[in-house]
Write a protein that binds this ligand. Structure first.
Ligand code: M6R
Length: 356
């Protein structure tokens, strides 16, 4: 809970010194020269667990802002599928600890194949930081809780900085467009603070659903990685079976799981696919499931379809998971507490996974 509350500061610290007043990105610490970044024709992201979810958000951002194709891999699968890498590919290795062996081995594979590698990590001097060509540290401060929270928020922020820097160097966005996004990123700490204020509301909801056997999380676009992360947090902390799905994929299988009273958490914040999320919520309701929606404040539609709504501040869709994930973290926390679980040291998990 302490680390959830530290997120506004962690985000501020990750942004500080990396943007000028005019909104220009200053990331000399990447240590890869601009010509090399201009020659990149493909980006790979490798990561595990929560870091993978941050990477998935970054995929949407990098592709949108730079028009570079991005492939993302669960790090433990990366080198075994023989990915096509060369000197014009850029690999982003994302890891809070910087010691996750699967991510480290994926990074080594990328290096051996001639790819440039940038590490996004929270741990100064870690193996991943030492072996990468360039580093962008997240400045989340030490994270003790086994379940990643503030490092997730700062990974998304740091990866967005890398995406915007690529856009700046490659000229795929106008300086004013970059400055606009940078400005919105500086709003995030305050918006996350407002999302943390949902704590009591989430605690009451958690009391209602603490006995659930299964919980499904759904979302579209960047709501999808947010849903995956919500499900991961809940299963790690409360041991409830939780699955995250792209909302549009429900009807291709997972809809068979829906039954009377099953809690479904829907990420339904304002975005270009909002209407489609609403129709997915209606599919869920029609099967008798109970919908807990995370929506944008001021949304007057959502209340007609969802059983409960947690309202978060309006945020651009590529930045939204930073804010949306807060009530989902709080939900996992309160459900875990209500079930008497040790939320700091969940069973079977380690903070740093150094075995394959
Ligand atoms: O240290 P890393 O970011 O490389 O760790 C990756 C995963 O092991 C980690 O995110 C894990 O999924 C957390 N327990 C999530 O809360």
């Amino acid at each position: 809970l302490k680390e959830i509350h530290e997120q506004p500061t962690a985000i501020r610290d990750t942004l500080v010194g990396r943007t000028s007043h005019s909104g220009r990105l200053m990331l000399d610490e990447l240590r890869i020269d601009e010509d090399t970044l201009r020659d990149v024709n493909k980006v790979f992201v490798v990561a595990c667990g929560t870091a993978f979810h941050a990477g998935l958000v970054a995929k949407y951002a990098i592709e949108h802002w730079t028009r570079l194709p991005v492939e993302i891999d669960i790090a433990s699968e990366f080198r075994y599928r023989d990915p096509v890498l060369d000197a014009n590919t850029l690999t982003l290795a994302v890891s809070q600890s910087g010691e996750t062996i699967d991510t480290l081995e994926a990074l080594r594979h990328a290096c051996r194949q001639g790819s440039r590698v940038i590490a996004v990590t929270n741990t100064v001097g870690s193996s991943i930081a030492r072996e990468a060509d360039g580093i962008l540290y997240t400045h989340a401060g030490p994270e003790i809780g086994v379940a990643a929270t503030k490092t997730f928020a700062t990974q998304m922020v740091a990866l967005h900085l890398v995406a915007l820097y690529l856009a700046q160097v490659r000229g795929s966005m106008f300086p004013e467009e970059i400055a606009e996004v940078v400005g919105r990123m500086h709003d995030l700490p305050e918006q996350v603070d407002l999302a943390i204020d949902l704590d009591e509301e989430v605690r009451e909801l958690a009391a209602m659903y603490a006995d659930a056997r299964d919980v499904i999380f759904i979302g579209r676009h960047t709501g999808y990685p947010a849903a995956l992360e919500g499900a991961l947090k809940l299963k790690e902390i409360s041991y409830i079976h939780a699955e995250g799905h792209p909302a549009g994929e429900l009807k291709h299988g997972p809809i068979a799981l829906l039954e009377e009273g099953l809690p479904v958490v829907a990420v339904a914040t304002e975005c270009h696919v909002y209407g489609k999320v609403l129709s997915n919520i209606q599919e869920v309701k029609a099967r008798g499931a109970r919908v807990i929606a995370v929506a944008t404040e001021g949304d007057r539609e959502i209340g007609k379809y969802a059983d409960h709504v947690l309202f978060v501040p309006r945020t651009p869709e590529l930045l939204a998971p930073v804010v949306v994930s807060v009530p989902l973290q709080l939900l996992a926390y309160h459900v875990g507490k209500a079930r008497g679980c040790d939320v700091d040291q969940p069973r079977n998990l380690a903070k740093s996974v150094t075995v394959e």
